[in-house]
Design a protein around this ligand. Structure first.
Ligand code: BEZ
Length: 218
């Protein structure tokens, strides 16, 4: 029988404060609100250790650690596996591929964190977390959420692209158009009053299609 509803907490949404929790990780115990203080945090779940797609994904996060460091961002993984399983997998991937999982991985055996973050989506799997990615800003607010099913790996370029987009948007008070990539023109926020609209129609500092659609270089 299909499971219609989650019997757990409501799923966190964009704009919500990131729910706090304490957990055991491969780097020791953490209190999430203390993790990566003053930085962006990417919390991501994978369905299970020792599975092929997850191995490629966590290797991708590890191989891009320097990029995340440069973007003032800490990584933290999670699955509903034990610490022993995590450690065995970390060791196995290091031995077989030379890739070091250089970020903590939460052992969420009681599913406490997975339920708190809506990572358990029972119509996809009752026993494994889906592939979730939570982008959490330095004020501990959830800014972007991705959910992928078990059979499709995430896209590291897209994860980095949206992180850069969020940070650039915050810094310059602009928005990002379709397929925006770092270095490309950004959207100037549209006017909110008739007066601002008239000003925008005279504005020569941006590339204007009309008053509501203007782009500029940063
Ligand atoms: C994988 O990572 O390959 C995987 C994990 C859980 C279900 C299906 C695939």
């Amino acid at each position: 029988m299909e499971i219609q509803e989650q019997t757990v907490n409501p799923m966190p949404r964009i704009g919500d404060a990131a729910p706090d929790f304490e957990a055991m990780t491969t780097f020791g115990p953490i209190k999430f609100s203390e993790y990566g203080k003053g930085k962006w945090v990417i919390l991501f779940s994978h369905p299970a250790d020792f599975t092929p797609v997850c191995t490629t994904e966590l290797s991708g996060f590890a191989q891009n650690k320097a990029t995340f460091d440069a973007l003032n961002t800490e990584l933290i993984g999670l699955s509903i596996d034990s610490i022993h399983s995590h450690l065995a997998w970390v060791n196995n991937v290091r031995e077989k591929t030379g890739v070091e999982f250089n970020f903590p991985i939460i052992a969420d055996l009681d599913m406490k964190v997975a339920k708190l973050y809506g990572m358990l989506q029972p119509n996809e799997s009752e026993t494994a977390a889906v592939r979730a990615v939570f982008f959490i800003d330095p004020e501990k607010k959830i800014r972007l959420i991705m959910y992928y099913p078990l059979n499709v790996g995430r896209n590291m370029d897209e994860i980095i692209r949206v992180l850069e987009a969020l940070q650039t948007s915050d810094k310059h008070k602009v928005a990002m158009p379709l397929n925006w990539k770092k270095g490309e023109k950004v959207i100037v926020p549209p006017p909110k009053t008739v007066e601002e609209m008239e000003q925008r129609l005279q504005d020569t500092s941006c590339e204007r299609i009309d008053f509501y659609l203007c782009k500029k270089e940063l």
